[in-house]
Write a new protein. Structure first.
Length: 190
């Protein structure tokens, strides 16, 4: 159900997709859909949740190896986030259409709420053991997250390789200076 709704939202836009379109595509009675979802807004929440859960699971997996230094795990997580966005280019382009502003805002808010605490926990731990040297680790991660969000909002990021490279190199510089990682240099995959 959620995959079908996501596909229809992407094809038609959230605002232009009716519940009747979804049930028709699923070939089920409208009452069946209402058994699982009270409204189109609830369906949208499920689509957003699915995307965030996929990203969150990926980030958690990337930082799970406690044998690896926190800086390397953070680097892997950021590369994972950038890679996730590249793999979901069609979804990102869809979100940036004006008719999908509601869905875009929900996804952005949910991403920050779910990913920032994971990355903050890693940075706090690294700061405590001397891997990083940051005065305000949570707030630093919040600011760094806005840099990632900024990259996602560049319409040419997946089509202009040179622009993507410059943005990633700039983010590397910021990461290296702001986090002051001991014996580590952040390198982002282009």
């Amino acid at each position: 159900m959620i995959d079908t709704a996501e596909r229809l939202f992407m094809e038609n836009g959230y605002e232009h997709t009716a519940i009747s379109d979804i049930v028709k595509e699923l070939n089920v009675a409208q009452g069946t859909l209402y058994y699982y979802f009270r409204s189109k807004e609830d369906i949208l929440e499920a689509v957003v949740e699915k995307s965030i859960a996929d990203l969150e699971g990926n980030v958690i997996q990337l930082i799970s190896d406690e044998e690896v230094d926190e800086a390397a795990r953070l680097n892997a997580a950021i590369n994972g986030i950038l890679g996730f966005v590249s793999q979901r280019n069609d979804f990102i382009d869809f979100l940036h259409q004006d008719i999908n502003a509601v869905m875009h805002a929900k996804l952005e808010k949910a991403t920050v709420e779910r990913i920032v605490p994971i990355l903050s926990g890693l940075v706090i731990k690294g700061n405590a053991n001397g891997s990083f040297n940051i005065e305000n680790p949570i707030e630093t991660v919040e600011f760094l997250s806005t840099a990632l969000v900024y990259i996602f909002h560049q319409p040419d990021i997946n089509t202009d390789q040179q622009r993507r490279e410059k943005l990633c190199r700039s983010l590397e510089t910021i990461l290296n200076k702001v986090l002051a990682a001991r014996n580590y240099k952040f390198l982002l995959k282009i």
